[in-house]
Design a protein around this ligand. Sequence first.
Ligand SMILES: Nc1ncnc2c1ncn2[C@@H]1O[C@H](COP(=O)(O)OP(=O)(O)OP(=O)(O)O)[C@@H](O)[C@H]1O
Ligand SMILES: [Mg+2]
Length: 367
Amino acid sequence: MNDRLSDEKRQLIEEKIRAQRAQQTSEAVQNIIEFNQTPADLKAQMDRFVIGQTKGKKVIATAIAFHYKRLANALKEALIETGGDIDIALRTAKTPKANILLVGPTGCGKTYSSATASALVGVPFIEEDLTRFSEVGYVGQNANDILVDLLLIAGGNPHVAQMGIVYLDEIDKIATDGVAFKDVSGKGVQKGLLKLVEGVENSIEIGRERILLSTRHVLFIAGGAYENLDQLVKKRMQKQNYTGDWQDYLLSEDLVSFGMERQLMGRFPVKIVYDALTSRDLRRIMTRSEDSPLLAYVEDLRAWGIELKFTDAALSEVARLAQREGTGARGLTGILHRVLIEDMYDLPGNYTGELVVDENYMQARLR
Ligand SMILES: Nc1ncnc2c1ncn2[C@@H]1O[C@H](COP(=O)(O)OP(=O)(O)OP(=O)(O)O)[C@@H](O)[C@H]1O
Ligand SMILES: [Mg+2]
């Protein structure tokens, strides 16, 4: 008797969970279908976190806002035609994609600005390292891994997963050097990538279910340092008698000269060069970004009753040292840690009140 009752209850709970999940799933899809941020809105939101890179933020915000607006419209239409079946709608909706290629030095915000924009739009974001791809080397497995990662980050919601953003890191590392028979693997990976970016469909087995997932509506952002690419662009500009900032003249053909496949570069119509962060940018990252690494330390120490303060001169010094390291904004955390580690160890439990870091303090700690 008791067992039967608990069986019924269990069933009831299972039904409730299922209904709740269905509700969440349709809400998440609805969120994308109702997407209505303008590029300027999105850029303004990005400004709260990403410092500098004004041109980059503008182009990313525009590309992403247009992508989701276009996708939303296409899905709305397809949903009317298919009587509300999102699976069929996703399969029939056509959206030309404007994938984005980001060129810029390490730690300047390529991944960060992409992740931030995705979070602001409310779509899943995953980062995939392309150097790992060359080892696997065949598109089916790579596509499968990416689709599974998207599914995981989308909380198991297959519809939302297929509308996410995939950041392909280190795309410059799969360049060939243009010499026949060398780097065959690089060429192979680029060919595979071409299919992935355009849209491949894979069915994934999860438990007893088979889920059909495709990358057709996934927006791809690829990032790479492309060291010395500026030399190639400048050389071409000189030949063609162009003057001006090389960053405004980057074309697919320059990337082809670098060792990228022409077809692949054609699938990334939006190309942006990010600037190396200046020490002024680095300082502003500490004082203005809502994700500031300094803010993280301030909050950590506040939890122990310690008010951390940096003088202007000390902030400038941290920025200067970080810039010298040449690892972009990543350098900030390392330097702040080195400056603060002694007090982070000693003070909690022994002291409450202000902790003022000035130039002398920095010098003493960084000796
Ligand atoms: N412009 C920026 N504004 C605010 N924070 C930044 C900026 N650039 C970088 N950061 C901080 O530095 C970290 C590293 O940056 P990010 O991961 O975007 O580097 P990246 O350009 O992708 O470099 P890599 O080529 O090495 O992957 C970020 O997580 C972020 O905290
Ligand atoms: Mg990165």
